[in-house]
Design a binder for this molecule. Structure first.
Ligand SMILES: *Cc1c(COP(=O)(O)O)cnc(C)c1O
Length: 230
């Protein structure tokens, strides 16, 4: 087994144990391999080892790499999207996890309508209310989703968040729990054109806590590919 394969197996088994601790089925938890700064040859190896969801932060970087990676994979945008890059992004990503403002949602609606495409999106929530992070305020998430639910070419499929960084992952549990409550609340409201299916939370240092708190999509970079050089 290569180191990469070992890393992937290790992440999968830790997800399995975390899911079992919470009485959940590990098969319902998707791994997004975060490939920012990782060269296409290495990404290809991860894909060949069975990973099917890839997360990139930058539109341009994804465009350059996408044509060099083969296989049945889906690329997700997980970083902030500038409005002038929306057009390019629509052709590249099967999901945009980082809807963080109304003007961005409006621009996506406009561009998607032009090309008669429906775009799957997650709403990014700034769960720690950090000035340095993008995302809608936790208190406004529901009203934000009610607004963008009216955009016919957008389909809201859930929520995404980056928790504040803490040395001890236990300290992020309250944030994940809060996001799960927001998720549940919106799901129970049954808003037209909104399918609350994905709760994308948890990264290399905190994914086990996220899974225990209900994440069904975790985004792992370092844990799979090692520490990024850039
Ligand atoms: C980089 C990144 C990740 C992965 O971070 P790791 O700590 O390397 O697992 C996950 N989500 C987002 C939005 C990121 O930018």
């Amino acid at each position: 087994m290569s180191l990469l394969e070992e890393n992937i197996a290790n992440i999968k088994s830790r997800i399995k144990f975390a899911a079992e601790r919470a009485g959940r089925n590990p098969e319902n938890i998707d791994i997004v391999a975060v490939t920012k700064t990782i060269p296409p040859e290495i990404i290809q190896k991860a894909v060949d080892s069975g990973l099917v969801l890839l997360g990139e932060n930058r539109v341009q970087e994804a465009r350059d790499k996408k044509e060099l990676v083969n296989g049945n994979v889906q690329w997700h945008l997980i970083g902030h999207l500038q409005r002038n890059k929306v057009k390019m992004a629509l052709g590249l990503f099967s999901m945009i996890q980082s809807i963080d403002s109304l003007p961005l949602a409006e621009e996506i609606q406009k561009r998607a309508e032009q090309i008669q495409q429906t775009v799957d999106v997650l709403v990014q929530v700034n769960i720690g209310r950090e000035k340095t992070k993008y995302g809608v305020d936790p208190d406004n998430t529901k009203s934000f989703i009610e607004k963008i639910a009216l955009f016919p070419n957008l389909r809201v499929r859930g929520l995404m968040a980056i928790a504040p960084f803490k040395q001890n992952p236990e300290d992020v549990r309250p944030y994940f729990r809060q996001l799960r409550e927001i998720f549940k609340n919106i799901k129970q409201t049954h808003i037209d054109n909104v399918n609350m299916e994905y709760l994308s939370m948890g990264m290399s240092n905190d994914f086990e806590v996220a899974v225990e708190e209900g994440a069904n999509m975790v985004r792992i970079g370092t844990g799979i590919f090692g520490v990024r050089e850039k």
